[in-house]
Design a protein around this ligand. Structure first.
Ligand code: GDP
Length: 132
């Protein structure tokens, strides 16, 4: 999971982590960083070529982000449910994006959508020791 620049700027780190921990996730690693353009482009490589890609990358490098490696049974699906739909206006009440998100771009968090992407994203964001 990544807490995006809007989440950090709006001082939502604590609230997001509280929800994640309350939902039964264990934080395995956590790291704050101001992404380079190259890293942001790599993280969102599957979206390269889409009309929102450039704007998304610009936003992701507009301030620091917090990355978390989380552990739980059924973690990917359960986290996606906790986070809610991409567009906060369409996300269910009680989800992180519904409750805190401002727009489809400023939607507070990123959650990996598959084990393969989680592994790919962890390799980009975290030190070698977490990537085996
Ligand atoms: P997610 O897995 O729910 O984060 O959604 P996606 O993987 O489809 O998109 C990645 C991120 O790109 C989203 O979290 C949005 O911030 C952004 N995004 C996706 N679709 C759009 C769009 O149509 N317009 C804009 N401006 N941003 C988008």
């Amino acid at each position: 999971m990544l807490i995006k620049p809007d989440g950090v700027e709006r001082r939502l780190i604590g609230k997001v982590i509280e929800r994640v921990e309350d939902a039964g996730f264990r934080i395995v690693a956590m790291h704050m960083e101001h992404l380079t353009r190259k890293k942001a482009e790599e993280l969102y490589a599957p979206h390269r070529g889409k009309d929102f890609f450039e704007g998304l990358v610009e936003f992701m490098i507009s301030g620091p982000v917090v990355g978390l490696i989380l552990e739980k049974e059924n973690a990917i699906e359960d986290l996606r449910r906790l986070v809610g739909k991409t567009d906060p206006a369409r996300a269910d009440v009680g989800t992180i994006r519904h409750d805190f998100g401002m727009s489809i771009r400023k939607n507070v968090v990123h959650a990996s959508d598959s084990p393969e992407n989680a592994s790919r994203e962890i390799k980009i964001f975290f030190e070698e020791k977490w990537t085996e």
